[in-house]
Design a protein around this ligand. Structure first.
Ligand SMILES: [Zn+2]
Length: 252
């Protein structure tokens, strides 16, 4: 995943060449490529040229392990576990690429829509007795349409009012409040979680975003923050609490 985060936005192959230090170009031996441990043993520096290794590598490895453990605890070794594990990998890559480059690679979002849809389709298959339930695949399909649609519509209406009607100047050269990457990301979230949970995701992400946005505005005086990380975080919250949140608002 760290390889994806580094190479996808640079449009480099994620297969070759093998892992190497970006500064001294020396290939990284397998014993320096062990998740978490190598970073600690090397004290976050390249073995050869002592170039600092981004803390991101450690954070990605740690959060992946943490989420896998949480999902395993909750779902056991089930189809749900594998589905959510792959889902969270996509979200982590999207999050870190978005923070650094302000884009979400199509490989992740569109790829995720396809993978999420297939997992949902598979969920409808029951073996004993052999039967197929259409609800999960339909739910996923609605999730893609509603997830992508609602965020596109929000951006569209905001831009129309803010830039066209109120004639406000572009913010740091941007005249689009909601990037296409966010639309595809929420469609992917809908593919995995279905239409109800994607709506919950859509409604809680702004609260997470506003909190960080205000801090960001105070410290860095910067208006633009990537939205992908908040959608991703809200999606993980929805996996566990979407039903509960919906029941609070009397939607069963
Ligand atoms: Zn090096």
């Amino acid at each position: 995943m760290n390889v994806c985060i580094h190479r996808l936005p640079r449009e480099e192959s994620i297969v070759s060449p093998s892992s190497h230090c970006p500064k001294c170009k020396k290939p990284i031996p397998w014993y320096d490529n062990i998740p978490l441990l190598s970073y600690i043993i090397l004290e976050g520096k390249c073995r050869f040229c002592k170039e600092e290794i981004s803390l991101r590598y450690f954070l990605v490895e740690l959060s992946t392990a943490m989420f896998f453990l949480i999902f395993f605890n909750r779902f056991g070794l089930s189809l749900y576990f594998f589905s959510y594990a792959i889902f969270v990998c996509g979200l982590i890559v999207a999050t870190f690429v978005d923070i650094q480059h302000r884009i979400i690679p199509d490989e992740i979002s569109i790829g995720g829509i396809v993978v999420g849809f297939f997992f949902s389709a598979f969920r409808g298959l029951h073996l004993r007795p052999m039967s197929y339930e259409l609800r999960p695949i339909f739910n996923s399909f609605l999730g893609i349409i509603i997830g992508g649609g609602i965020i596109w519509l929000t951006g569209f209406i905001f831009d129309l009012v803010y830039f066209k009607l109120l004639k406000k100047p572009p913010i740091q050269g941007e005249t689009e409040s909601m990037g296409g990457g966010d639309v595809k990301l929420l469609a992917m979230i809908g593919a995995f979680l279905g239409w109800k949970a994607v709506l919950v995701t859509f409604f809680i992400a702004p609260f997470l975003g506003a909190f960080v946005g205000i801090i960001n505005l105070l410290i860095r005086k910067d208006h633009l923050i990537p939205y992908g990380p908040f959608l991703s975080l809200a999606a993980v919250v929805s996996i566990f609490w979407a039903e509960k949140i919906l029941s609070i608002f009397l939607i069963h």
